[in-house]
Design a protein around this ligand. Structure first.
Ligand code: PLP
Length: 435
């Protein structure tokens, strides 16, 4: 066989020599789906071009942040101006206040917030704050939810409710996760049992309100209501991890949808990232004033960051949030996403492929399953081999979706109806490869 002349292959071979697995975040390596990852050379609007100058309609959007599409003029201008003024000072700036005010106005359950540089850092800090503020150690999380790669959160369920979790990564000592209880998503009975057993020791419950790290699974209203009630009854903090859903599923984030279903509903702490940084390293965590004032320098809970509130990242986030605050932005984005999901569903039906899909705002998910799953074990019933065929069928037709079946997809404001229709046409062909 002739050696490949594809530049992506050459770059991957070179990357493997100097970066473990050739990538700086594991899912980029295409391990689940096979083949060579595309090395991206540039992006504009709804498109990305690889090292071979092949164009793809992008449904990853940097895993969520690029809600305006790539290269939005107002964002680029704000970033260029901020960069010219200084890349980093390690001292406070007015722009940090502006961004904090902007986020707090959109997500009013937060009275104060702190800016950090990644969702991992924000989630880790929120957990420390919940523990510090309550004086308790135990944390509840749900199987299939991802909250970044902090040690205490890299955990899978133990053998029963009386036992705590086991690490999911080497390098995490069992003692570090011994306070983390892992429960099944949307399982009210198990949640009640866990609080009955451990309630007085639980510092916080952390949840993705729409779980985007097991593709797209909504927390049911009944489940959200019980999470809120049990946390309140037992003095635990309810932590909404909206790193993915924040300013993505609605302007007010997923919690605004839950407040509509459950009047007065609010989480105690919220973790944000992705969209609020607009593609730059920026994330945040926030909540009620009394809890947030437990943080250093006011309180005993330590938390810090050399690049926190970075002047270029805050400029990018501000320009992004100002653009998506324009009237009608989410209606148009939601309609575009709905058009995609309906089109894919119709194409799958025509091809006789078992298929279910859901969306909210600019986020969507689909499964090669006849019905939408409600929890992680159900998600894992998806047919991995067929997904991989579909993934490569789409990629070969210029459509770039996440290279793993447990990841959500994202539509941006730059995706046109023509882009959506071209995607559906490509999917109609790709579905026929499955049987
Ligand atoms: C992406 C994500 C994180 C981690 O954010 P990073 O910026 O990748 O560290 C945490 N929680 C959720 C729900 C996420 O989707």
């Amino acid at each position: 066989m002739k050696p490949s002349t594809d530049r992506n292959d050459a770059l991957m071979a070179r990357a493997r020599q100097v970066i473990p697995g050739g990538v700086n975040s594991p899912v980029r390596a295409f391990r689940a789906v096979g083949g060579t990852p595309r090395f991206i050379a540039r992006a504009q609007g709804a498109y990305m071009w690889d090292a071979e100058d092949r164009r793809y309609i992008d449904y990853i959007g940097s895993w969520g942040p690029m809600i305006l599409g790539h290269g939005h003029p107002a964002v680029l201008e704000a970033v260029a101006k901020a960069a010219a003024e200084g890349l980093s000072y390690g001292a406070p700036t007015e722009r940090e206040i502006e961004l904090a005010e902007e986020i707090l106005a959109l997500v009013p359950s937060m009275e104060m917030l702190r800016l950090v540089s990644s969702g991992t850092e924000a989630g880790m800090s929120a957990i420390r704050l919940a523990r510090g503020a309550t004086g308790r150690s135990r944390i509840v999380k749900f199987e299939g939810c991802y909250h970044g790669h902090a040690d205490a959160l890299l955990v899978k369920a133990g053998s029963g409710l009386a036992t705590f979790g086991n690490p999911t990564s080497a390098g995490v000592p069992p003692e570090v996760v011994q306070h983390t209880l892992v429960l099944e998503y949307n399982n009210v009975a198990q949640l009640e049992e866990a609080f009955a057993l451990h309630g007085p020791d639980i510092a916080g419950l952390i949840i993705e309100p729409i779980a985007g790290n097991m593709n797209f699974v909504r927390a049911s209203t009944a489940f959200v209501r019980r999470c809120r009630e049990l946390c309140s009854q037992h003095g635990a903090l309810l932590i909404y991890d909206e790193v993915m859903t924040g300013c993505r599923v609605a302007l007010g984030s997923a919690q605004s949808l839950h407040a509509r279903a459950l009047p007065g509903f609010e989480p105690d702490l919220t973790v944000m990232g992705k969209v609020i940084g607009g593609g730059m390293p920026l994330a945040a965590f926030g909540g009620k004033r009394a809890v947030m004032e437990q943080l250093a320098p006011l309180g005993p809970v330590y938390q810090a960051g050399t690049l926190s509130g970075n002047p270029v990242a805050t400029a990018c986030g501000l320009a992004t949030l100002r653009a998506l605050r324009q009237p009608g932005f989410f209606d148009a984005l939601s309609a575009r996403t709905r058009r995609l999901v309906d089109g894919l569903s119709a194409a799958a039906r025509a091809a006789g492929v078992p298929f279910s899909a859901d969306c909210e705002g600019g986020m969507f998910g689909f499964f090669l399953l006849p019905e939408l799953p409600q929890n992680y074990p159900q998600v894992m019933k998806s047919d991995g081999a067929r997904f991989n065929t579909l993934f490569h069928g789409l990629l070969a037709r210029g459509v770039y979706i996440a290279p793993a079946l447990y990841e959500a997809g994202f539509v941006s404001a730059a995706h046109s109806d023509e882009d959506i229709d071209a995607t559906v046409a490509a999917a109609a062909e790709a579905f026929r490869l499955l049987y």
